[in-house]
Design a protein around this ligand. Structure first.
Ligand SMILES: [Zn+2]
Length: 452
């Protein structure tokens, strides 16, 4: 893998990518240029992003090699997948009646196979490669509880160029013995991984404390994680919360002193700004309010919620309260890694309300970065940020092209009118990984070919 490492570390030649550009400026507004330019410096940072004519007029192009993209190409920021499970890739799409029986029948046995380092290696390479192929440049990833498999996942992400927030899966009760370890051992192992990986490659690799959920955690384990969180305030915490009613019942029986599910995590000091809570479907107003006050972020995973029939995320309430949230594929309860499909299902999940396309695009890019408190580094094309971007080819999917090859719905009157919502609509409803021609992380080409 050393050739990849060298490629990511070495300076690159400054480039000016010329083509169509679309990126979110904030939750309400995107910016689109039909003939735009994205200037990437030798460090892989964005030097400028603007209309091409404006860049020429202000003499910004000096020292940059011009890369003219094919006529239909569209540059967008890399996607942020805020919740996904590496060891579940091979068992995606296994139908089951509910969350707890799905874990028992399909998931725990798949995770147990990661005791085999060769298996962990093969799935890690497949998983991180597929993320880049799908245009996901940043992912918050669940692993297994195995020491070697955890190390292998970090080595692979470091080598292939993914931007990650992840850590060892922590479980000490209520799962098969092959996946459990005593709390002191789990805590010691995860702290050692954190010391080794957190902040690697100038912050591209970030560590997270990752108790699976309350049910597989003893109070001793949760208390220990709370102490680690205090000792390392810069490290993330990522777990599941309030996904299904049967799960909530089990949590109530296991932690009878807690006022609700959120209270279990709160009592042990696990709610903080760098906490990511996956799902959060059946939360009361009071729980949403406490999560807001703690400044924790929610990961909405609509494909998974449809698949396991978990219920409907309160997206409109979350938007109205301005909680930080992002979108997650939740593979393998979500069947696919494509964030295009996650955006579409987030729309379809709200059966009686129309969600703005802008807010979905924001959630999959800059909103996800903000959920991770990395909006100063990634998420859009503001100068100074690291250049994580995709070159999309809207003709990559045949049903989006007219017979004869010219573009269909994407290039209708909306383009002529410079209307970002018009560009977004076919991307959200019809997009998938076939549109992703090339993926760049920190200015480095980590997947595909731009076609320039
Ligand atoms: Zn999950």
């Amino acid at each position: 893998m050393s050739e990849f490492l060298n490629r990511l570390d070495a300076p690159i030649s400054p480039r000016a990518y010329r083509g169509r550009v679309l990126h979110a400026l904030n939750a309400e507004e995107s910016c689109y240029w039909q003939d735009g330019g994205l200037l990437v410096d030798s460090e892989g940072r964005i030097a400028a992003c603007n209309d091409w004519a404006a860049l020429e007029k202000s003499n910004r192009l000096g020292g940059f090699e011009v890369v003219s993209l094919p006529p239909n190409a569209l540059m967008v920021p890399g996607f942020v997948d805020l919740h996904v499970h590496l060891p579940q890739m091979e068992v995606a799409g296994c139908q089951e009646a509910n969350l707890l029986s799905w874990l028992e029948r399909h998931i725990f046995s798949a995770e147990a196979r990661f005791a085999d380092a060769a298996h962990a290696q093969a799935v890690s390479r497949w998983f991180f490669g597929e993320l880049l192929k799908n245009g996901t440049t940043t992912a918050a990833v669940f692993l297994t509880s195995h020491n070697d498999a955890t190390r292998i996942a970090f080595e692979t992400a470091l080598a292939l160029g993914n931007r990650v927030v992840m850590g060892q899966n922590l479980m000490d009760v209520n799962a098969p013995d092959a996946l459990l370890k005593p709390a002191p051992q789990m805590l010691a192992e995860t702290e050692a991984h954190c010391e080794q990986w957190h902040g690697r490659d100038r912050g591209r690799i970030q560590y997270a404390w990752m108790p699976r959920f309350a049910i597989t955690s003893s109070e001793a384990l949760l208390a220990g994680i709370g102490q680690l969180r205090q000792k390392y305030p810069d490290v993330y915490l990522h777990t599941h919360l309030s996904e299904q009613l049967g799960e909530i019942e089990a949590v109530r029986a296991q932690f009878p002193w807690a006022t609700d599910y959120t209270d279990v995590y709160q009592r042990f000091g696990l709610l903080a700004p760098k906490t990511i809570l996956a799902h959060g479907i059946h939360l009361s107003d009071d729980e949403l309010g406490r999560i807001h006050v703690a400044e924790s972020a929610l990961a909405h995973c609509p494909c998974s919620n449809f698949f396991l029939k978990s219920g409907r995320f309160r997206l409109l309430d979350v938007l109205a309260r301005r909680l930080r949230f992002g979108l997650g594929s939740d593979v393998g309860a979500g069947p696919e890694l494509s964030m295009f499909k996650v955006m579409k299902d987030a729309q379809f999940m709200q059966a009686d309300a129309l969600v703005s396309l802008q807010s979905l695009f924001y959630a999959a890019t800059l909103g996800g970065a903000r959920a991770l408190l990395q909006e100063d580094r990634i998420g859009n094309f503001e100068p100074g940020k690291e250049a994580d971007f995709l070159v999309l080819d809207p003709l990559g999917k045949s049903c989006m092209a007219l017979p004869g090859g010219e573009a269909g719905s994407l290039d209708a009157q909306s383009v002529a009118q410079n209307d970002p919502e018009g560009i977004l609509s076919p991307l959200v409803y019809m997009g998938d990984e076939r549109l992703v021609r090339a993926t760049y992380v920190r200015g480095r080409n980590v997947y595909g070919n731009s076609g320039a």
